[in-house]
Design a protein around this ligand. Structure first.
Ligand SMILES: Nc1ncnc2c1ncn2[C@@H]1O[C@H](COP(=O)(O)OP(=O)(O)OP(=O)(O)O)[C@@H](O)[C@H]1O
Ligand SMILES: [Mg+2]
Length: 469
């Protein structure tokens, strides 16, 4: 009877792509599978050799340790020297040939070169994303954030712990209608890249503007695994654009005002001299009294006209290196003299070592008087506080004047700088204070910024360029 064919199971070892080596208890290699022979070029029957000789010298100690303490070892990563003398990254694991005995050990080694390459690629990309100045967020397919980079934390004011697991809606400014966002979603859910400008809200409630690119992350099977949102911060650009629009508008208003002032000025001078002539020649007390009234009204018009002309004409006054605090104090002295300030607490928190500014001192004082008077008016005779603080950066010296008054509605924020814009009763305000102040600040190369919380108060920031920078 023919003997049943018994397959040679050892061949299974040769079919494995892993390198398999059998070693004895002294660490000598006594068998190798086909992969090990092919890669390492070893023939154990040639002459016995130690496993460690297959590893670069720097790995010998680790190799010895592994063979001694193989029971508590998970796979370790090391390197083999191939038959061409190159080094091969491997992950090796040791198992006893017979359970519980270390007579013979089997070493399984897996080539991890490509995995290592992938890890390295991953490391490179993740480093780029982590360290780029562009704020970046990654969400899962449901749109929940799974990663944010430090730039993203910086721009939003939220920490990653506060963001991970949340919907990016947390930054929603409410400035874009719901249809806008559903449009974005429709677009990216189809696997397409979306690009656009958006307004977001930081943790502290202030806006930031970004140019956003959202691209779907598609896996090997073509499924959307998540979304990558890369922002470009355009807040500063946006602010500059707004400032430019404002200064252009001011300029055209200025030209117009100068024209009108000129046209009105001449007839006004004529009226004024005629009034004086009649005043001198008339002896009627009634007429004299009315003429006096006319005269004071004419003077009021003349004063307004002078302010208009001053605004539009480049200043002929001389600029001087001036201490910021001196200017502020001078203005404060004048304002505090008024009777409307008795219920107002002035908190002065100006730094003492501010660099000098280059201004026409009287004009600078005028700016602070105008803004402080407005703050006083905003308190409407009620109890309240006006705080003066300073801030310094590389380019600007800024004085901040904050009041706890009535505040300004968002829609009025831009208008308050326009000439004759006033919310005060006739005779109480002409609406020229801020317009004149803005013109003066522009002539110094500075600027005025406002923020306001209607009902709670307003903050004016008056910035002068630093001459020392
Ligand atoms: N701190 C403030 N709080 C609230 N509203 C303010 C403040 N500062 C300015 N405003 C608003 O801006 C308007 C314009 O101010 P602006 O100083 O130009 O004119 P005015 O104060 O009305 O008149 P004047 O020419 O006498 O200064 C004010 O009428 C007021 O409505
Ligand atoms: Mg005013």
């Amino acid at each position: 009877m023919p003997k049943p064919h018994t397959p040679d199971y050892r061949r299974i070892l040769d079919l494995l792509t892993d390198l398999v080596l059998v070693i004895d208890k002294d660490g000598y290699v006594i068998a190798a599978n086909a992969s090990a022979t092919a890669v390492l070029g070893v023939q154990p029957h040639d002459r016995p050799y130690l496993l460690r000789t297959l590893l670069p010298a720097s790995e010998h100690d680790r190799c010895d340790l592994l063979l001694r303490e193989w029971t508590d070892h998970h796979p370790i990563e090391t390197r083999f020297i191939t038959k061409d003398g190159a080094e091969l990254d491997v992950s090796i694991e040791v198992q006893p040939l017979e359970p519980g005995s270390n007579e013979f050990l089997v070493v399984f080694a897996r080539d991890i070169t490509s995995q290592k390459q992938r890890d390295l690629d991953f490391l490179r990309f993740s480093n780029v994303i982590h360290h780029t100045i562009n704020p970046i967020q990654i969400t899962d397919a449901e749109g929940m954030m799974v990663y944010v980079n430090p730039a993203f934390e910086r721009i939003t004011g939220y920490s990653k712990e506060e963001l991970i697991g949340k919907n990016p809606r947390i930054l929603n400014s409410g400035k874009h209608p719901a249809e806008f966002w559903s449009g974005v979603w429709k677009h990216i859910a189809m696997g397409q890249v979306w690009m656009g400008r958006i307004e977001n809200t930081r943790k502290d409630g202030t806006p930031f503007y970004s140019e956003l690119v959202i691209s779907p992350i598609v896996d090997m099977q073509g499924h959307v695994a998540g979304y990558l949102g890369a922002h470009r911060d355009i807040t500063e650009q946006k602010m500059l654009e707004q400032q430019l629009v404002r200064s252009q508008r001011m300029e055209s208003i200025g030209t117009l005002a100068a024209g009108i002032a000129h046209e009105v000025g001449n007839p006004l001078t004529a009226i004024s001299s005629l009034v004086q002539v009649i005043q001198r020649t008339s002896s009627d007390p009634f007429a004299k009294e009315k003429l006096e009234l006319i005269n004071s009204q004419v003077n009021r018009i003349a004063r307004i006209i002078r302010e208009l002309v001053d605004f539009s004409r480049p200043s002929t006054h001389v600029t001087k290196q001036t201490e910021v605090n001196r200017v502020v104090r001078e203005a404060l002295n004048i304002v505090q003299y008024g009777k409307k300030v008795k219920d107002i607490t002035f908190n002065i928190a100006l730094a003492e070592d501010l660099p000098d500014i280059s201004v026409v001192p009287d004009q600078a004082v005028q700016v602070f008087i105008n803004i402080l008077m407005n703050a006083v008016d905003a308190l409407e005779g009620k109890k309240g506080a006006i705080t003066l603080a300073s801030a310094l950066d590389e380019r600007m010296v800024t004085v901040i004047i904050r009041d706890t008054g009535r505040g300004i509605e968002p829609a009025d924020l831009e208008k308050i700088f326009e000439p004759f814009y006033t919310t005060k009763a006739t005779g109480q305000g002409t609406g020229l204070g801020l317009w004149v102040s803005y013109g003066i600040m522009k002539s110094f190369g500075g600027d005025i910024f406002v923020e306001s919380d209607p009902g709670k108060g307003s903050t004016f920031a008056i910035s002068f360029p630093r001459k020392d920078s």
